[in-house]
Design a protein around this ligand. Structure first.
Ligand code: GMT
Length: 379
């Protein structure tokens, strides 16, 4: 099949999922055309089936806001016609679903019929999409998609609860490449960070409000009074400076390290003992799945799709959003040397259930169904 993939090419979860999906599809023999405004972060290897098309947004003094959506639709039209795409798969509804709708109409006027699949990832539904500034366009363009997928049952439910959606939404969870995400031997790294055999806690995110990084700091502050431990914070974003200042005020900088944006996140996870994700809202929690794959148990909130990933008492524990005391209690339990090996083994077993080899066929089967039913409508 020839598939056009549209996504945000950044470190965000939706871009990562879209890029990894495209890579896996290419390896499986499909022709994959990425259409993005810059090279996707993880599109870093050569495969004869992978193509990359950059969206060109010419500047003009009149444009206070460059018309990205128009440029994106035009690029979709060019690629679909030139490559003979069978379908367009857009990730994150805003603005990709509406741009794809426009591209589809333009192509139809040229006699080219191409179905569009929109994958909903999270904040496009739970946070941003509900804003009245976007809602009518989001609702319309999701309904106009030929196929809709969501990354968890929870996100599917949120979509029906908050938008007047009239079509079926297929749930296809996030997945993991276990060839990349696995526990590597990095003893020298662990020794450098934890010279006295302290337990190592890790949090990775884009440092946005929704991640509740203050809770991460509060959990760690209490935990370090119970056992020797260190905290690594990976990623960058709007809350980073404030959190650094908070750590300084709390006199924690000797035990907390900020690593900034890192590509080789699996190397950090390989030396971690516990991963924290106390998010306010989380449609799936890809970063937590990456931790599980590296044999790191997880403490998460019970928001959104997290209970669909984190098995309470098995792969870690779930707590109510903001219940720092509960998270500390559970963290200390997991980090007990008697309990940690079992949690680590359970983490890996759970991650295997989301192996890309298991989830990819789900996408392929869905593509077939959508392409076939849109052909039937054409006839
Ligand atoms: O909000 C983010 O962290 C980024 C966001 C995105 O859309 O890029 O991530 C969302 O999509 C991921 C991939 O499907 C999910 O694993 C994340 O849970 C989800 N984030 C939120 O719902 C907050």
């Amino acid at each position: 099949m020839k598939i056009g993939i549209v996504c945000y090419p950044t470190f965000g979860g939706s871009g990562v999922v879209a890029t990894e999906l495209g890579k896996a599809l290419a390896k499986a023999g499909h022709q994959v055309h990425f259409i993005t405004y810059s090279q996707p972060q993880r599109l870093d290897f050569f495969n004869e089936n992978l193509y990359y098309h950059e969206v060109n947004i010419p500047a003009y003094p009149l444009f206070q806001y460059p018309p990205y959506e128009s440029a994106l639709s035009s690029e979709m039209v060019h690629v679909a016609a030139d490559a003979g795409l069978d379908l367009l798969h857009v990730h994150y509804a805003i603005p990709h679903a509406s741009s794809a709708y426009l591209a589809k109409q333009i192509l139809a006027a040229q006699g080219i019929h191409i179905p569009v699949i929109t994958t909903l990832h999270g904040t496009d539904i739970t946070l941003v999409g509900k804003d009245p500034s976007y809602e009518p366009v989001v609702t319309f363009s999701i309904n106009q998609s030929d196929g809709i997928t969501a990354v968890s049952d929870s996100l599917r439910k949120d979509t029906y609860d908050h938008f007047a959606i009239t079509k079926d939404i297929e749930v296809i969870p996030n997945f993991i490449d276990l060839d990349r995400f696995n526990r590597q031997k990095k003893d020298h790294f662990k020794l450098a960070i934890c010279p006295n055999n302290e337990k190592l806690i890790v949090h990775t995110s884009n440092f946005r409000k929704v991640k509740r990084i203050d809770d991460v700091i509060m959990i760690f502050e209490k935990l370090r009074t119970l056992l020797p431990c260190k905290l690594l914070l990976v990623g960058d974003g709007p809350d980073r400076m404030r959190i650094e200042r908070l750590c300084k005020e709390l006199d924690m900088l000797s035990d907390v390290r900020f690593l900034g944006k890192l590509d080789a996140i699996e190397e950090v996870l390989s030396v971690a003992d516990l991963f924290l994700m106390p998010s306010e809202s989380e449609s799936f929690g890809l970063a937590a799945l990456e931790a599980l794959a590296c044999e790191v148990p997880i403490i998460t909130s019970n928001a959104g799709g997290l209970p669909e990933l984190n098995v309470h008492g098995v792969t870690g524990f779930l707590s109510d959003v903001g219940d720092v005391e509960d998270m500390v209690k559970h963290a200390a339990y997991i980090l007990d040397d008697e309990n940690l090996p079992t949690f680590k083994a359970n983490a890996l077993a759970r991650a295997r259930e989301f192996d890309v080899a298991k989830i990819l066929p789900h996408y392929e089967a869905y593509y077939e169904r959508v392409v076939e039913s849109s052909r039937a409508i054409e006839i």
